[in-house]
Design a protein around this ligand. Structure first.
Ligand code: M6R
Length: 610
């Protein structure tokens, strides 16, 4: 959701910033822009609408050497995607340039006031008021204080980086609600919305907290809080490698990440699954284990794909750990009156650890006195830091906007968590062992699904002419139907509805005819027979059916139009396998249409605004 990057140090800033934007482009790609302070102290600014490539082409032969600069890749909120609205934005004097991730909620009032005293605006964005406000305050106080006063004046969220021609050796960065990381390299400092642009240069980072501002020069930095007090910051070490963030010869990050799932799942369970004891060891929960033993109710908050993982988690927790579990869209949670008490634990699930809605839900839960936990992929992200305890996915960087490997690693951790909580309660050793043994087999079983990739590709081609799909599943596979529908919607722009199978007859069945195919998840499990009845109902209305079924189930092939088989596993673990054909199906559906799979229109990887 907008990516910002800045550099100051002895190296040439331009290439570092462009490379940084390339790595941040998954956060937004409506426009891109750069501002550099050249060696002669001049400002070089260029912006282009559309993807980063447009900016790169525009400045290819004329990027000046510069020791300091800022850059931005935009996901539009206020003002349409255009060159005019691209960041960096500047003041009237064209001295102060800034890049912003977030939303300034009171920008209309501020803009009107500033216009009354003569400021001229050149964009429709909320961001631009910041540059004009700083300009205004600078008439009375030095730049740093002008930035503080500006921040005190605005409502909303920001990850912000500012340069000013009058103090050309400095970058000011400030954070409130939108992530900002400062990379401490041997040769300079890189600030960015996340670690992706930093990892190439250093693994030493500082996470800025809300209400903090850093003044960064080529050889030093100082962090202060809104009381103007110096804050001592801890340097953290990041363990993601540059190689993990590369495409490694795959056409798309999404495909690479689909194929990585056996490995990312293995990383999620390694050292945590104690198969012979039928237990899970979750180091991140050690300190809260006693509290979890007493917990009476679990509330899961998350969004998008992470929400569907949570829905599978609910089924697991209730069936195997006997814990009353509710799941809620994080975006709804704080706007109603959630009933929370000391015996309720709130669990946030988030790949990025920065999703604004999920973060707000966690903060609301904390305010109401509930313990909060996180299942988060990005180490050091805000949700990971703000929850009381949690478990990291260890899935490595997920760059494709459509979440794939993060989802299966979330499911793996939810299965581990079920074991952990279940064995604290009534789950028998035998059952614990069974779950643990089956879970440890899943990574190899995933590889078997990949062997069918060409078959799935052919099916996606066969169905490429359809513009609507119904995805149906029951029990553990109901969330997978939702996830499958989300995948094809977001990357192939195909209308798809995900439903619990039993709900079909309560409405969606009216849609079914020869132009409205069904993707049915029909694995051999406790609800198999019921699922078959649902398939019969679709077929009776002339609808085509693609089934995801259990290997060896020959009879289903006679009933449906196309089948994709997955290996047999424990019912609660089926989603780890049944989702993979749906990811591949969505992927090839998008590729066949020539779409930009990793950067689907209107989306951004990390949704840091409400
Ligand atoms: O980073 P998070 O897991 O909190 O993100 C939640 C959703 O924004 C995310 O899952 C989104 O739905 C993906 N585009 C799905 O592929």
């Amino acid at each position: 959701m907008c990516g910002i990057v800045g550099y100051t140090g002895p190296r040439d800033a331009g290439p570092i910033l462009l490379e940084g934007l390339r790595r941040l482009e998954y956060r937004g790609y409506d426009s891109a822009g750069i501002a550099l302070v050249t060696e002669s102290g001049e400002l070089f600014v260029e912006k282009k609408a559309g993807k980063l490539a447009n900016l790169q082409t525009a400045i290819a032969d004329r990027t000046p050497n510069a020791a300091i600069g800022l850059a931005h890749t935009r996901w539009a909120t206020h003002g349409k995607p255009s060159e005019r609205n691209a960041h960096p934005h500047c003041d009237c004097g064209k001295k102060i340039y800034l890049v912003h991730n977030g939303i300034i909620e009171n920008y209309k009032e501020l803009k009107a006031d500033l216009e009354k005293i003569g400021h001229k605006f050149s964009s429709e964005t909320d961001t631009e008021v910041l540059a004009h406000l700083i300009e205004e305050y600078k008439k009375q106080v030095p730049l740093k204080e002008a930035v503080w006063r500006t921040l005190a004046h605005v409502q909303g969220t920001y990850g912000l980086a500012i340069i000013d021609r009058s103090e050309p050796e400095k970058i000011f960065v400030a954070r409130n609600g939108s992530p900002l990381v400062l990379g401490v390299a041997d040769d300079g400092y890189i600030i960015a919305s996340d670690i992706a642009p930093i990892v190439r240069y250093t693994n030493q980072v500082i996470y800025l907290e809300d209400g903090e501002m850093a003044e960064v020069t080529p050889c030093s930095f100082q962090v202060t809080n809104f009381k103007r007090k110096k804050v001592e910051k801890e340097i953290s070490k990041i363990d993601w490698t540059l190689e993990e963030a590369e495409k490694k010869g795959y056409d798309h990050f999404m495909l690479k990440e689909i194929i990585e799932q056996p490995e990312s799942m293995q990383n999620a369970i390694r050292g945590r699954l104690v198969a012979k004891e039928g237990m899970a060891k979750l180091g991140g929960l050690r300190d809260v284990a006693d509290h979890l033993r007493e917990m009476k109710r679990l509330v899961i908050v998350s969004c998008g794909t992470s929400y569907y993982a949570g829905l599978v988690g609910k089924y697991m927790f209730e069936e195997y750990a006997g814990i009353r579990t509710e799941i809620e869209y994080a975006s709804e949670f704080r706007y109603r009156k959630p009933i929370l008490d000391k015996e309720t634990v709130v669990l946030a699930i988030s790949q990025s650890g920065e999703t604004a809605d999920t973060l707000a839900a966690i903060r609301e839960a904390k305010n109401k006195g509930a313990m909060t936990l996180g299942i988060v992929n990005v180490v050091g992200s805000t949700i990971a830091r703000e929850t009381d305890a949690g478990v990291y996915n260890h899935a490595g960087p997920e760059i494709g906007v459509a979440s794939t490997k993060a989802f299966t690693s979330q499911l793996s951790i939810l299965a581990l968590f079920t074991l952990f909580l279940g064995r604290q309660r009534d789950m028998s050793f035998v059952m614990g062992k069974r779950i643990a043994e089956e879970l440890s087999k899943v990574p190899e079983q995933m590889k078997k699904v990949f062997k069918d990739s060409q078959h799935i590709k052919r099916i996606s081609k066969k169905y490429s002419g359809f513009s609507d799909f119904l995805y149906l599943g029951r029990k553990y596979n109901y969330p997978i139907a939702m996830e499958g529908a989300l995948k094809i919607k977001e990357i192939a722009y195909v209308h798809a509805e995900g439903y619990p199978f039993g709900e079909m007859k309560h409405g969606p069945i009216a849609l079914i005819d020869e132009n409205f195919p069904t993707v049915a998840i029909a694995t051999r499990d406790s609800v198999y027979e019921k699922t078959l009845s649902g398939i019969q109902e679709s077929k009776a209305r002339g609808g085509k059916v693609v089934a995801v079924a259990t290997a060896g189930d020959k009879s289903i092939a006679k009933l449906v139009d196309d089948v994709i088989y997955i290996p047999k596993t424990l019912e609660m673990l089926t989603p780890l396998l049944s989702v993979i054909p749906l990811q591949i199906f969505a992927y090839y559906s998008a590729v066949q249409k020539g779409l930009d799979v990793d950067r689907p229109r209107n989306l951004a990887k990390s949704v840091t605004v409400e």
